[in-house]
Write a protein that binds this ligand. Structure first.
Ligand code: PLP
Length: 396
């Protein structure tokens, strides 16, 4: 049985998206900037995609700018806001479990002399709101907090953070929604989000596609300059086939959001109970650990577990032998031991961080696949732990 449980890394492009991309590439190949009929047709298609996407987050089409994906959208927001507002204050705030696409931008802002504050998370991966409120002072110009974490599925209290940022009055609020878009409802106005980053390939859309929402009237310096496409905010000839594919993926995710979430939650709970029942010394990393699995603090598309006294990488390859594809607790090169900075921020011990595996689900996974995976991992863990114990006895 082939089992793909690495959907947070990337998803399989859906048939519907592939057909849309191919059709657009073949039939609407004009450059939207061209003045002739083919250009006008391409411009029309671009406009339709922008409208379709805007409606999924309660935005106006003029607030959507197409990019090459999550990384570019995050970079544009963090660096572009900091640059635009640098004369109004020097404090910029983020939290410890952001994706490198955000974290590295804050490292850069620190090198440029800004006052960077990285708020810690609690053991469930949720931001320490008391520390956040204390840090959000009058000098703050930017707050960047992700919606759902890509390693644990921890969902941050975005609405509350947005409310506090709005109350402060000066800072802008960026949210990385790469893992949550199309899976959890997002209403940019109600959540007081100023900029939002989204990626196409996490929702069965094409690689190298994405968008950034930029609330009308705010000041963000463009990152990519040139021919003035995207109303001067993001230059470069538009990837129209990709954009049409992204719009198709976004509306499809929006249409099936509730039923997909229910299906995936059932699978995630089956996976967790299966692992707990069949494998000794297994720990869940994330808000679903001991709390309510129906809680709004957890995106059930992502299940992070740690198997004591194992190496996640070895288990990953043992599962691969059985045609099951997962991730480790994604290694971060900046970490001294190569373990995940997310698990470290949550206070997970080195032993458990080393034995971390991430299962990330999709609407097309099945109960049979989950049961097959539990059985395969139980066998792999038993065998691997035996080898580890033997190696320890031999002093290696
Ligand atoms: N932000 C988060 C939370 C992610 O999980 C990812 C990708 O893994 C990114 C940003 C980067 O997105 P992209 O691969 O589209 O550049």
């Amino acid at each position: 049985m082939f089992v793909y449980l690495d959907n947070s890394s990337t998803t399989k492009q859906s048939r519907e998206v592939t057909e849309t991309v191919a059709r657009t590439a073949e039939e609407t190949f004009g450059n939207p900037s061209s003045l002739h009929r083919l250009g006008v047709e391409a411009e029309k298609a671009l406009k339709a995609s922008r409208k379709e996407i805007a409606s999924t987050i309660g935005a106006h089409p003029d607030e959507i700018y197409f990019t090459s994906g999550g990384t570019e959208s995050d970079n544009t927001a963090v660096l572009g806001i900091a640059e635009a507002l640098k004369r109004e204050g020097s404090r910029v705030i983020t939290q410890e479990t952001e994706h490198p696409a955000v974290m590295e931008c804050f490292d850069e802002l620190e090198r440029r002399g800004m006052d960077v504050v990285r708020i810690p998370v609690k053991s469930d991966g949720i931001i320490d709101m008391e520390a956040f409120e204390k840090a959000l002072d009058e000098d703050t110009i930017l707050v960047s907090v992700m919606h759902a974490n890509n390693e644990t599925g921890a969902v941050q209290p975005i609405k509350e953070i947005g409310r506090l940022v709005k109350k402060q009055g000066k800072a802008l609020f960026h949210c990385d929604a790469v893992q949550s878009f199309g899976k959890l409802p997002i209403e940019v106005k109600a959540m007081n989000i100023d900029t939002l980053a989204v990626s196409g390939h996490k929702i069965h859309g094409p690689r190298g596609t994405g968008f950034i929402f930029v609330r009308k009237g705010i000041n963000v310096r463009p990152l990519v300059r040139g021919g003035g496409q995207e109303r001067g905010f993001r230059s470069g000839t538009e990837n129209l086939p990709g954009i049409a594919g992204l719009a198709c993926a976004a509306s499809s995710a929006e249409r099936s959001m509730d039923s997909n979430l229910e299906h995936v939650r059932g699978l995630a709970l089956r996976l967790i109970s299966g692992l707990k029942e069949n494998i000794p010394d297994v720990e869940i990393n994330g808000p679903e650990k001991d709390g309510d699995p129906g809680s709004d603090k957890w995106l059930p598309y992502i299940v992070s577990v740690s198997l004591k006294d194992t190496r996640g990488e070895v288990l990953l390859h043992m599962l691969e032998q059985k045609d099951i594809y997962v991730s480790t607790g994604s290694a971060c090169s900046s970490h001294k031991k190569g373990f995940s900075h997310v698990l470290e921020a949550m206070g997970v011990s080195d032993n458990l961080a080393e034995g971390a595996l991430r299962f990330s689900l999709s609407y097309d996974n099945t109960e049979e696949e989950i049961d097959y995976t539990v059985k395969a991992l139980a066998e792999a863990a038993k065998e691997h732990r035996k080898m580890m114990a033997l190696a320890r006895r031999m002093g290696r």
